[in-house]
Design a protein around this ligand. Structure first.
Ligand code: IPM
Ligand code: MN
Length: 387
């Protein structure tokens, strides 16, 4: 079946437009290879530059177009993150922020078997933005909000993620660890932990444990291979996901998905890096991996196997190009954003030419099993992802 997905996009600030252009070329190359898979790109300006131009960081027209599209692909914005991404996450109820961290063959790391995913609650905690000033600004207070409803739904997402990861990589036993600080915050974090615990009862095949956030931060640098799925609240998830990305190569390779019931937004984990903007050296992989997660989500949500095979094409192309050391300086290469992007697009085209209809992504540029975003289909209704 031929599909054209409406992709609203935010080019953002700093390196945003450069890395967005990369991801867009990759998706356009995918469309050329898959005649039945098309993307209508809908510009939805937001961020610092938009604020300067229009007086609003997230103009109403952009917000409406985003909410009417199939999904949003977003590059990082600058100082207006609170008015843009935080607002979109909350207003569109994109309650789960999925942040994988996995070793890549082409990036040197102290570790070789890291394959974890952080499932970050995305709508509440300190991010509700309720702050008060007293005593003429000499005393300030922020509210941390935790609800049973949000905690249970993020826990459910984490357990489902653990199960689908285990089904697609049977050597892995599914495990969820609930990261919190209930020893100091027995009400808020206590509620989060209690809610996760009650969901855990419905998943007897998943190993469930709890860990304080300081211990988790330590274990992430000590033995990150021991983690499978981390479920945590908004602030801890924000911090731990930067840490986890560093363990496998840095923020330059970290993509993420903000998932709601019907809508999702995909973006790099990092900010807009104004210090390297315009130099042509920004790593496009975080944005390309965000686009890859977009394809996987579409594949799962719409049962569109073209999207699933497209995601695999992207994955194997990145791996092949990385294997040839065509990388940006942040991960040990000396290639520009453009050179990396062109090499990935070329690889996608060549791989597709070599296989056509029954293209086997395990073919000539097969990536190692540990890097492979495995997807299996048990039947038409059930596309499982390993995020
Ligand atoms: C992230 C970012 C945002 C966050 C910022 C830009 C508001 O750091 O997506 O992790 O804190 O969530
Ligand atoms: Mn962050």
């Amino acid at each position: 079946m031929s599909r054209a997905y409406r992709v609203s996009f935010i080019e953002g600030d700093g390196i945003g437009p450069e890395i967005f252009a990369s991801a867009r070329s990759v998706l356009e190359t995918i469309s050329e290879c898959h005649p039945n898979l098309n993307f209508d790109f809908i510009p939805t300006p937001a961020g610092d530059a938009t604020l300067a131009k229009s007086g609003e960081a997230l103009p109403r027209d952009s917000f409406i177009k985003i909410s009417e599209s199939d999904l949003c692909l977003k590059a990082p914005v600058g100082e207006t993150a609170r008015e843009t991404i935080i607002k979109i996450r909350q207003d569109l109820d994109l309650f789960a922020n999925i942040r994988p961290a996995r070793n890549y063959d082409f990036i040197e790391s102290k570790f070789s078997n890291v394959d974890l995913v952080i499932v970050r609650e995305n709508t509440e905690d300190l991010y509700v933005g309720r702050e008060f000033e007293e005593e003429d600004g000499r005393r300030a207070t922020a509210l941390k909000v935790t609800t049973e409803k949000a905690s249970k739904r993020i826990a459910k997402m984490a357990f489902d993620t653990a199960l689908s990861r285990a089904k697609t990589a049977p050597q892995k036993s599914p495990a969820v660890v609930c990261v919190q600080k209930s020893n100091v915050l027995p009400m808020t974090d206590g509620l989060f932990m209690k809610s996760c615990g009650s969901i855990a009862e419905g998943y007897p095949s998943v190993k469930y444990s709890t860990m304080y956030v300081d211990t988790a931060a330590m274990n992430l640098v000590r033995n990150p291979e021991s983690f499978d799925v981390i479920v945590t609240s908004n602030v801890y998830g924000d911090i731990l996901s930067d840490e986890a990305s560093q363990i496998v190569g840095g923020l330059g390779v970290a993509g993420s998905a903000n998932i709601g019931n019907e809508f999702a937004l995909f973006e790099p984990v990092h900010g807009c890096a104004p210090d390297i903007a315009g130099k042509g050296i920004a790593n496009p992989l975080s944005m390309i991996f965000a686009a890859k997660m977009m394809l996987e989500w579409l594949g799962m949500k719409r049962n569109d196997l073209n999207c699933i095979s497209a995601a695999k094409l992207v994955d194997q192309a990145v791996s092949a190009v990385g294997g040839d050391r065509i990388l940006t300086p942040d991960i040990g290469g000396n290639s520009s954003t453009l050179v990396v992007t062109k090499a990935i697009c070329k690889n996608i085209k060549e791989s597709k030419d070599g296989g056509e209809e029954n293209y086997d992504y395990r073919g000539k540029n097969r990536m190692s099993a540990k890097n492979e975003a495995t997807v299996t289909t048990t039947n038409k209704q059930d596309v499982l992802l390993k995020w």
